[in-house]
Design a protein around this ligand. Structure first.
Ligand code: SF4
Length: 203
């Protein structure tokens, strides 16, 4: 059965607004452009901390550009609830370990599943350690990312770490289109490849 993750999110958001509470959310972000839509969408309902953890990005200079852009974007916002940011470790070896043997996979293949697992796994671990109410990722904004995989991984991690995963498919409701509009409004740097050296090779 195909699950509509936007509907799952609608239900959760409805319950949160009914409760009158403002839960905390650790939001893994892949880049400023993808985070722009998700922050616009969710920052009125959650107290959000962006978790910029992307050891997949190569070369390091590109990682630094995207990390700086993420910080710059947050500093330009005037949200209802304060937005914080945590930068994870740039442990490139962790990415190369999970990518071993999958170097020739095309974008969207088995290497990407492992890459999602790596980044979401670290977000779940940190969410548990720091006692966040929810964790999720901006990755599903992109039409090139597999939302079913992301939510499947999120569900597994939710059980493993006992922290709620915010089920979502942010490309729905024109999320991707809005992220492009916001990138233009804020003049954000938009990369032309996903992140790892293999995705750069294939453009
Ligand atoms: S193409 Fe993107 S999602 Fe896939 S492994 Fe490379 S960086 Fe990760």
């Amino acid at each position: 059965m195909v699950i509509n993750y936007q509907k799952e999110l609608d239900k959760t958001l409805f319950n949160i607004s009914k409760s009158g509470e403002t839960p905390t959310l650790l939001l893994h972000s892949c880049c400023a452009p993808c985070s722009s839509y998700v922050l616009e969408y969710l920052s009125g309902l959650f107290k959000i901390t962006i978790f910029y953890y992307n050891p997949n990005i190569s070369p390091k200079s590109e990682y630094d550009i995207r990390a700086d852009e993420q910080m710059k974007f947050i500093s330009m916002l005037k949200p209802k609830n304060e937005i914080n940011i945590i930068e994870g470790n740039y442990n490139a070896d962790a990415f190369y370990n999970i990518a071993k043997g999958l170097e020739n996979e095309k974008e969207g293949g088995a290497r990407c599943f492992k890459c999602y697992e790596l980044r979401l796994g670290e977000a779940a671990r940190l969410a548990k350690e720091k006692n966040y109410d929810y964790f999720t990722t901006t990755l599903s904004v992109s039409p090139y990312k597999n939302a079913a995989w992301l939510n499947e991984i999120g569900e597994k991690l939710e059980q493993q770490y006992d922290v709620k995963y915010l089920y979502s498919d942010f490309k729905k409701k024109n999320g991707y289109k809005r992220s492009i509009e916001l990138s233009n409004i804020y003049n954000l740097y938009r990369q032309n490849y996903c992140g790892c050296e293999f995705s750069k090779r294939d453009i």
